[in-house]
Each structure stands twice: as C-alpha cells, then as structure tokens.
Design a protein around this ligand. Structure first.
Ligand code: SAJ
Length: 407
C-alpha cells in the first residue's frame, strides 16, 4: 500500500508528489494522460520549472515515486487537479468537473480512516462537496465519519516553486479538527515553515483571498497606467515617487494579468457573492481590459507607417518563465498578427518554435535582430535578457514599454 496517492501531476501535484517521495514516503502519482505517466516513470518531466527535473529524477530513482493512470490504495489521497472556470452569462463560473472526477475515482480504493486532501484552488464549499461525491460514489458503503477531509491550498510561485514549497507557511483546513491536525502532520514532512490549522471553508477562502488581493492591487497599478496615458504622465516615475510614502506600496503595471491563478481565482469569490464582491469583479475587468489598451496604443503609434514592422518582446505570462498559457502578451501578439500580418516579429527567448496560434502569421526572431528591423518595439515581458539589451539599439524606434523595463 502507498503512503500517499497524488491525483493530478501538473504544476502542483508533480512537485508535491516528488518532494514527499524524496522524504521517504511511498508515493503513487496519478494522471489521466498516459504520456505524462510514462514520462514521469522514465524520471523525466513534461512541464518546465527550475530544478523540478532534478527533484523528479531523484524521486523516481529512489523507487519511492511511481506514476499510473488510476489510483491505488493509500493512507492519504491528495487531489491537485485543475479548477478552471467556464464563461457564464456576464460572469465566470467555477468548473469543478476535474475535482469531481478525481474524487469519484477514489471510490474503489478508499478504506476507513483515509485522509483525503484537496490542494486545488477551489470555491468555498468544495471540500464538503468532495465528501458528498465520495460517499455517493461509494454507494452507501461508508459514512462521513469514516474519512478525514481537508483543504490544504498551495501557495508556490511559478519560477520559484521548489524553494517556496518548503519555505512558505501553509494552511490546513479540515472538515473536522482531527482532519486539520492529520493534514498538518503530513505537510510537516517537508514544509519547514509554520502550518496553521482552521476549518475547510476558511482555508478555501484564504487561498482565493490571497490571489484576489494581488489581482486588486495589480488592477490599481494598471488603472493608474491608463489614467497616466491620458494625462501624459510617466506612470513608472509616478509609482516610484508615490512608493516613497511609508505606507504606500503600489505594484507594477503590465500588459494585463496572466497565469492560471490570479486571473481565475477572484471569479470564484464573485460567482459565490455577485452582489457583494464588487471591487473584486471590477479589478478583474480592469486587468482584463489592459491588453486592449495596449493594442490601441500600438494602433495609434502605427498610423504614421505605411507598413509598420512591429517587434513584440516576450510572449510568456510573466518574466523569466516559459509558460505561455493564459498570457496577455500572447493574446496581444495574436491580435497584432491579425492586424499587421507578416510584418509582426515575436521574440521569446524561452521557446524554440512559434506557438500554434502564430504559425504562418508572425516570425520568431532573437530580440536584437528583430529590433534592428522594427519600426515599433513593443516590450511585453520583462525577461532578464530584454532588460540587458543596450539602450542605444532602441534609438529611432517607437518604443512601447508595457512593463517599465527600460526606465
Ligand atoms: N503582475 C503584474 N504586476 C505586478 C505583479 C504581477 O502585472 O506587479 C502580473 C504578472 O506579469 C502575471 C500575473 O500578474 O501576468 C501573475 O503573476 P504573479 O507573479 O503575481 O503570480 P503567479 O500567477 O505566478 O502566482 C500566484 C501567486 N500568488 C500570490 O502572489 C498571491 C502564488 O503565490 C500562488 O501560489 C499562485 O498564484 C497560485 O498557484 O495560486
């Protein structure tokens, strides 16, 4: 029997399963995609994250981590599957189908006393739903006293996951006090920071609150940047000066907010309390409106060229990662490709091939070469290599720097 069975071997499940394995736990990692399972069993990885390859190889070589497409009996089950949203009528609604499927898939293997943990970021009440789904799938064989359920959200920052996995404080929110304690003990295996116990609903809301807090604060910066464009004020200088106040700490504007967390999780609060979560909804709308603002800026500056050559620097959703999913920069590049066709050059040091959506519509080139040919240089991601470019190569170019990278 396994100590831990982790369902979902993505950005959260894979590092979590691997770190438990390197701490001596017998871990089964489960993913519904056979290719993912095969890759991991070969000691390799299917996603990019600094040093994750080393951790997974060590975990697999130790014999403590194996992957499979279906769960097997274990003392603890950790569900770390995606919780996206689907577009509802004027709002966005959580899609819990992956959590439900993963939970129901446990029915053939669970036994009395098992600890079942939800790690996926989820709307308030999801841990209770998991309990109901599992009991239902078990067909009356068990009661709720037979299992321990807890929500233990992750907080790790893409790009620094392995460090943060160990050093970030965590929250363990059980449906019972015993479940919270058992979950806390489990994460103490590798977490060197504090683990706070609470109830499941508070833990669910805490995770949503953290990402909404950041979204609201980025929205403030993005709104300021749009206001400053109208008032002809340099927003970067403005923020730098305002932040000299001892109680002001404004975040940085950008081309929009991407990734799978900050642009998603606030909707779970809005969906639960649409009449009350007004600021959170507006922040989402402000951040989602930023890519169009950038496109309008480009259109305005491109008017004076007959056939403007535009270089887009960066496609990733943030600096120094290769993740293009849910990236406002990619969205902007796609829109510009439709507007300016072949004359669009994209530069992304973290990829070797153009993403599918840009194939045949734009060219992928190193930044220095692209800038040489460009009339307009649009900086979308503040990757380290872009920051290091010599300023003089931007002379005589129209520069739109959405990140304040070259200030
Ligand atoms: N961004 C700005 N301006 C800023 C900061 C960020 O425009 O001043 C943009 C980024 O460019 C990016 C987006 O926001 O498009 C999100 O980036 P991020 O680095 O703030 O966060 P993520 O999405 O990589 O990770 C977040 C983290 N949450 C918080 O910092 C509260 C991380 O700790 C969570 O674990 C992760 O979401 C998650 O999985 O929920």
């Amino acid at each position: 029997m396994f100590d831990i069975c982790v369902l979902g071997l993505g950005y959260i499940g894979l590092p979590t399963a691997s770190i438990f394995a390197t701490k001596g736990k017998k871990v089964l990692g489960v993913d519904v995609v056979p290719h993912v399972v095969q890759t991991i069993n070969e000691g390799r990885i299917h996603i990019e994250e600094p040093d994750l390859d080393i951790l997974v190889r060590a975990a697999v070589q130790s014999g403590n981590l194996t992957a499979a497409t279906a769960p097997q009996p274990a003392a603890t089950f950790i569900v770390a599957v995606p919780t996206p949203f689907h577009h509802g009528d004027g709002t966005n609604l959580p899609d819990l189908s992956f959590v439900e499927a993963a939970t129901r898939s446990l029915a053939p293997v669970v036994k009395k006393g098992d600890l079942i943990i939800l790690e996926s970021t989820s709307p308030v009440g999801t841990t209770e739903l998991m309990r109901d789904w599992l009991l239902d799938a078990c067909g009356g064989q068990f009661t709720e006293e037979d299992f321990l359920f807890a929500h233990c959200p992750e907080r790790i920052l893409p790009g620094q996951m392995l460090k943060e996995l160990v050093s970030n404080d965590r929250i363990a929110g059980g449906l019972t006090a015993e479940a919270s304690e058992k979950a806390k003990e489990l994460y103490e295996t590798f977490c060197s920071a504090e683990i706070f116990t609470t109830d499941a609903r508070t833990a669910e809301m805490a995770k949503l609150t953290e990402n909404s807090y950041r979204d609201v604060n980025i929205a403030f910066a993005n709104e300021l940047s749009m206001v400053c464009d109208s008032l002809n004020i340099d927003v970067w200088e403005l923020i730098q000066l305002a932040n000299r106040h001892p109680r002001v700490k404004i975040l940085q504007p950008g081309p929009g907010v991407g990734g799978h967390c900050i642009a998603v999780d606030p909707w779970f609060i809005v969906a639960a309390c649409p009449d009350r979560a007004r600021l959170i909804r507006t922040a989402r709308e402000v951040n989602d409106s930023k890519p169009n603002h950038v496109i309008e800026q480009v259109k305005e500056r491109a008017e004076r060229f007959r056939k403007p050559v535009i270089a887009c620097l960066g496609l990733a959703f943030k600096a120094d990662v290769d993740d293009l999913r849910e990236s406002p920069s990619l969205h902007i590049a796609e829109q510009l490709a439709d507007l300016y066709g072949e004359e669009l050059i994209v530069c992304e040091p973290h990829i070797q091939e153009l993403p599918k959506s840009l194939i045949g519509k734009a060219k992928l080139e190193p930044a220095d070469e692209a800038i040489k040919r460009a009339d307009i240089v649009l900086l979308l991601v503040d990757h380290k290599p872009f920051k290091k470019l010599p300023k003089r190569i931007l002379d005589q170019r129209v520069v739109i720097d959405t990140r304040g990278c070259w200030k």
